[in-house]
Every structure is written in C-alpha cells, then in structure tokens.
Design a protein around this ligand. Structure first.
Ligand SMILES: *Cc1c(COP(=O)(O)O)cnc(C)c1O
Length: 373
C-alpha cells in the first residue's frame, strides 16, 4: 500500500490514524458485532457516539452553554438558505461581505428567498485577493454574514467585525478548528465537514439559542428549521451516522494534538514554510495578499501566468500548469490543480496534512521550477 499526499480542497485528506481506527472497527464496533454503518441511530450503541462528537465539539471549540451544536445534512450550501430563512425574520434585511464565490452564493440565496441583501463591502476590485477591513457593522439588519476562510481564493479574516447587537454569521467550512475562535462573537457558525473535520455528509452548526425560532420565514420546510433539529438533538430524522462517528475520531485526534491551539501552531508552521518559499521564488507567486492569507488553502501561479490574454500566452500557461499537475501526481502529490477562477495551482493544507507533505511539495516545486525556468 502506498498513500499519496492529497492536497484536495475537499473532500480532503483525513489523519491516517483515524482511518486506521475506523478500519479496525469496521466489522465489529465495540463488541456489537456490527459496523457503525449498519446501526440504528436510536440504538444504545450509537447514542454515545453522537454524544461524544457533540461533547468534543463543545470542548475543543469552547462553545458557551447558550449555544446549540447541531449535526445537519445538505452541506454548507444548504446553510446559505437556512440562515436566511431562520434569521431573516424581523426586518428581512441582511448585510453580506463579498469575498468570493462562497460569500456570493450565500448572498444570492438570501436574495432568492426574498431578503433585502446589502453587500456592505467587497474585494471584487482586486479579484477577491484580500479581505476588506470592516471594523464595525451597524444598521437594522437581522444578521451580518461573512465567509471566514475563502477556500477558492485562499483568503482568511485576520479579524472579526464588530457587529454590536447584530448576530454575526460565519461560514467556517474550510477553517473550522484550524485555529482558536471565540464562538461568543458569533450568532451562528457553520461548517461542511468534508474540508477539515470528516468525510462529506455532515454539516456542523453552532447557533446561539435566542436565534432558534419556531417562526422562520413563511414556507420554510420543517427540515430547514433549526428548531426542528435543536429540539431533537439532531435526531429528528436519520442523521449521517457514520460521518458523525468519524468526526468524533477526528476530534479526538485534534485533542491529542493540542486542540485548536495545537492545530494553529501546526498549520502556521506548514503555511509559513510554503508562503516563504512562494514569496522568495522568481518562478511562483501566491495570489492572496499578505494580511489576508489562508493557512488552509494556498493558490499559486507560475511566472507563465502573466495576465496576458492572447492565445499564445494562454496556451503556454495552460501547458505549464498541466505539466505541473501531471508531474506532481506522478510524484505522489495529488489534487493540486487550481480552481478555474484563479487558475494555476492550489495546495489545500488542512489540519490533517503533515509537515512532511508540505516539505515534499516544496521540494517538488523547486525541482519543477529549475527544470522549467
Ligand atoms: C466547500 C464550501 C462550501 C460548500 O459546501 P458544500 O458542503 O459542498 O455545500 C461552502 N462554503 C465554503 C467556504 C466552502 O469551502
């Protein structure tokens, strides 16, 4: 067996010891003679599994007692609708900061559902390569919305906007538990699990209790009402049982490796190494601006990405990018192709990516740069 270094933006790599622990329990979980995949979610064997996952989220993220932790389905994208339907109920107005694809999609969904959406700041002017500085948000908004880590653009907030009494909603899909975060600054946090927490299938939602309403916007389906899930301990219907089990194991792994603070130290070391290399290179450059750079997603271009739009330049650029990805794959470094909106390459270096993986990537980049200079 040989495993690759997987730089996928999501679903992404998981800690190897978590995969091994899951494999060891695959056929017979804790003497039950069944796989967790086969268990009733109402069984006495399963109950401790979901309770453990919730307890670990609470402990590792220091979730205050007046917040509910929910395990939902539908991915981060379904939260774009649920946030609007459940929070946009007083003035029907919401403030969004536009920092790229995911923030735009969230705002578009709120608009689609009839809310008045104010885009109060945007980094579209520079291709979303930075996070706008919005220290204070005020107005008669039902909520303010940010995408805390922009998976595609490789940008990350280095501050939390002060919204006063306006609930702040943040999409933390691609940075959850990569660093310490003061949950009490937010009204609602959500994260699709497949970036930094678990396999695809579960979405973590952390919501302040006073925002859980039984009167969401007219026409909101039962399944899209937070209260439905909050009242039933995320067991209103069948939850994604197996994914929640893996999540519990990933959280145990995070705890063993120093919790959120430990992850942050580890992630800083990895990201610093890669950004330092990019900044010193005459062949590559990072696309995200300093002061807004993600520790998790690192898009980069080569010197052949000149911005020139003539056919020959574009062809040369595509050729070098394809070559990079192909040779990297052959070297056991996979999923480095950049998102089409940014081009070039993207290395996603989530919690589970090792320092050795990043070092192997840099060694490959150096070799490739020399050969193609
Ligand atoms: C991937 C991603 C999403 C979408 O998540 P799905 O689970 O695929 O719906 C939303 N926001 C961010 C920041 C993401 O990285």
């Amino acid at each position: 067996m040989s495993r690759v270094y997987n730089f996928s933006a999501g679903p992404s790599c998981l800690p190897e010891e978590v995969l091994q622990a899951c494999a060891a329990e695959m056929l017979d979980y804790a003497g039950t003679g069944q796989s967790v995949m086969e268990m009733s979610h109402r069984s006495s064997a399963y109950k401790p599994i979901i309770e453990h996952a919730e307890a670990q989220v609470r402990k590792l993220m220091k979730v205050p007692d007046n917040y509910k932790v929910l395990f939902l389905q539908g991915g981060g994208s379904t939260q774009f609708a649920m946030v609007a339907q459940n929070l946009g109920i007083h003035t029907g107005k919401a403030a969004y900061i536009e920092t790229g694809v995911w923030a735009k999609k969230a705002a578009a969904e709120a608009k689609h559902l009839g809310l008045t959406v104010d885009t109060i700041a945007s980094s579209a002017d520079k291709g979303y390569s930075y996070i706008p500085r919005v220290e204070k948000i005020s107005g008669d908004y039902d909520y303010a919305y940010i995408c805390f880590n922009n998976t595609i653009m490789g940008t990350h907030y280095e501050y939390i906007p002060d919204t006063g009494s306006i609930p702040l909603v943040a999409d933390i899909s691609s940075c959850v538990l990569s660093e310490e975060l003061d949950v009490s600054r937010f009204g609602l946090l959500f994260a699709g699990a497949q970036k930094n927490l678990a396999p695809a299938g579960v979405t973590l939602v952390i919501i302040r209790e006073d925002l859980i309403t039984d009167t969401p916007r007219a026409g909101t389906p039962t399944m899209l009402t937070y209260k439905t899930h909050a009242d039933q301990g995320s067991m209103y219907n069948t939850p994604p049982c197996y994914t929640i089990y893996v999540l519990g194991k990933v959280l145990d792994w995070i705890e063993k490796n120093g919790g959120a603070a430990g992850m942050y130290r580890r992630n800083m070391e990895k990201a610093q190494l890669l950004y330092d290399y990019l900044d010193a290179s005459s062949f590559y450059h990072a696309t995200a601006q300093k002061g807004s750079r993600s520790l998790m997603n690192v898009p980069f271009l080569t010197k052949y990405s000149t911005g020139a739009q003539d056919e020959a330049s574009l062809a040369r650029e595509k050729e070098i990018n394809d070559k990079f990805v192909k040779e990297a794959t052959a070297a056991g470094l996979v999923n480095l192709k950049g998102h089409r909106l940014v081009g070039g390459m993207r290395a996603s270096i989530y919690n589970a990516m090792t320092l050795d993986g990043v070092k192997a990537l840099i060694a490959f980049m150096e070799k490739f740069a020399k050969e193609n200079a």
